[in-house]
Design a binder for this molecule. Structure first.
Ligand code: A3P
Ligand code: MG
Ligand code: MG
Length: 361
């Protein structure tokens, strides 16, 4: 498909995300239809000055998800089934998937260094998209030591910057001992939102790092403005650091924008993993920050990213055959100018059905 982008779509055709459900996963990978995994932001700012916030703390005790079995869309589907039983009606959407997958598609015009393998099935009027387990496993297994450590820093920052209960209900020890608390990447709290772009209606499931204050109890109160995305990045000392950070902001912005998360809190750490500063960003302002920036000539543009995302989802919706029991594959190869949609099962070899050209920004 030749791509004609209409940047106006970004303004007119975005549906404001709305939470329709949530769930938690515990350390044993068990699903819970509640908010027990929700965390509360509380950063020990006073420790910043004495350089004691070392994200390496407890690295050898990190409880890493072995990710030895594919979990497909299990968590969000279980949550959806619960909602459908409760309301006695089907949750209607064209595409049901995880937010992380959509983030990758949205960033693709600017970020083409990694392969993407997505599996797609059509069932009962809806398209389900999941990340292919084999490629994901391969990438995790081939992470070098430095990368693995930096990944730990991200999780450690989450442990350090949040409490399992609101501040007022936490003990002094729970507040003070977070640096020594064991870190894992298994427990999580997830939100399910109804959203959409253009004519494509979506249900997205996503992990949410924490709330800034509390999650409203009344279902009529929107919880999304309370959610916060946490991130780590290298302290900005040079022009090059600033340019790299602005490039990285694309992913954080897209990730938060897609779920309707309004606040991103960055922990800036040095090369050794010591947190030096904390900064809060408003998601909606990030594209304007990039526009105004003097650090880089090769800027990303929020409206363009949204326009590509809209075109891509429209293409998926209209191109995936409405055939049940067949697995399709959306495939991108690093550096390639196009995305392919292929039929994965039912043929001896994978058969490419259609391709979409990426725009050049
Ligand atoms: P940073 O965000 O500080 O890099 P998320 O930010 O999405 O909540 O994810 C939390 C942490 O998980 C990240 O911290 C990073 O350490 C790790 N992480 C997330 N996605 C990853 C990926 N694709 N590859 C490696 N690590 C990842
Ligand atoms: Mg997260
Ligand atoms: Mg995060």
């Amino acid at each position: 498909m030749e791509l004609k982008l209409d940047a106006r779509i970004s303004k007119s055709a975005l549906r404001q995300p709305k939470e329709i459900g949530c769930y938690s996963t515990d350390i044993s990978h068990n699903y819970h239809n509640d908010t027990r995994g929700l965390k509360y932001y509380y950063f020990p700012e006073s420790s910043l000055e004495d350089d004691t916030i070392d994200l390496n703390t407890g690295y050898k005790d990190f409880e890493r998800d072995p990710e030895d079995t594919p979990r497909h869309l299990n968590g969000m589907l279980q949550c959806l089934v619960g909602i459908e039983k409760k309301t006695n009606s089907k949750v209607k959407a064209d595409i049901i998937t995880y937010r992380g997958i959509m983030t990758r598609l949205m960033c693709l015009p600017y970020e083409q260094r990694e392969d993407i393998n997505l599996n797609i099935v059509y069932f009962d009027g809806q398209i389900f998209i999941e990340e292919d387990f084999e490629l994901k496993k391969f990438n995790k297994q081939h992470m070098d030591d430095r990368m693995a450590r930096m990944t730990y820093w991200g999780y450690k920052f989450e442990t350090l910057a949040t409490l399992a209960k609101p501040w007022g209900q936490s003990t002094r020890a729970e507040i003070d001992n977070r640096l020594l608390q064991k870190t894992n990447n298994i427990e999580e709290y997830c939100s399910l939102v109804r959203t959409g772009v253009g004519s494509v209606k979506l249900i997205l499931g996503a992990e949410v790092d924490c709330v800034f204050d509390y999650k409203p109890e009344k279902s009529s109160d929107d919880p999304l403005p309370h959610y916060v995305e946490l991130k780590t990045s290298k302290v900005i000392r040079t022009e090059k650091d600033a340019a790299n950070f602005e490039k990285k902001l694309l992913k954080s912005w897209a990730q938060s924008f897609l779920l309707g998360i309004k606040t991103i809190i960055y922990g800036f750490r040095d090369e050794d993993g010591i947190v030096k500063a904390i900064e809060t960003f408003e998601t909606a302002k990030i594209p304007f920050m990039i526009k105004a920036s003097k650090h880089t000539n090769r800027k990303w543009n929020g409206n363009e990213a949204i326009a590509f995302y809209a075109a891509c989802l429209d293409w998926i919706k209209t191109t995936v055959p409405q055939k049940e029991g067949v697995v399709y594959r959306l495939q991108y190869r690093a550096g390639s100018p196009k995305l392919d949609l292929a039929q994965l099962t039912g043929f001896e070899e994978k058969k490419v059905l259609d391709s979409m050209l990426l725009p050049e920004f």
